[in-house]
Design a protein around this ligand. Sequence first.
Ligand SMILES: O=C(CO)[C@H](O)[C@H](O)COP(=O)(O)O
Length: 220
Amino acid sequence: MKEKIIAPSLLAADFANLQRDIETVNNSEAQWFHIDIMDGVFVPNISFGMPVLKAIQKHAKKPLDVHLMIVDPDRYIKDFAALGADHLTVHFEACTHLHRTLQAIKAEGMKAGVAINPHTNVDLLKDVIKDIDIVLIMSVNPGFGGQSFIEHTYNKVRRLKEMILNQNAETLIEIDGGVTNKNALELTKAGADVLVAGSFVFKAENQLETIKDLKNLANS
Ligand SMILES: O=C(CO)[C@H](O)[C@H](O)COP(=O)(O)O
């Protein structure tokens, strides 16, 4: 079995101590950094943009998994590549020409991801699944950390996994929102490969142990 990936979301980090929290992830058993970019238009919140990503990139020693919650993401593909993003995930709901967007991301040397909101049916990805490196299933409505996990997500994971296997694709399934030790195992059993965890990691007293336990659970 492929090792399951834990990606702590820096959205829940202490921004006044961002370098400290980045070092925590560097020293942990997590494999990726998850970075949420929000524009206040696609989602009702603004997180941070290019200058902060540049600062993160200087210290982060693991792949940067960048999740764009923005309208018109095509405008910024080259900028995110230049800033060191390893994976660039755009929202299905924000792309008119999704296939073209995926090609543009790959042309810049990044892995191409597609995020879907809780209301978006996974079947809509059927014709492009082989072009997608990562499908990010939002298990909360995007825009804010600390929300409760939407239980319907398990069904979406199972259906998506079936589609991936049927088409012999190598797409990874990533889950983002409300991930904790209460749902990690059921998610990976359903077919999830990557778990994003923000509040559960950064609000914990012992963050290194929390990441380690979550990873063990996901892989059990
Ligand atoms: O994309 C996001 C919000 O739109 C966050 O990555 C996600 O919500 C993770 O935070 P938490 O684990 O606290 O739910």
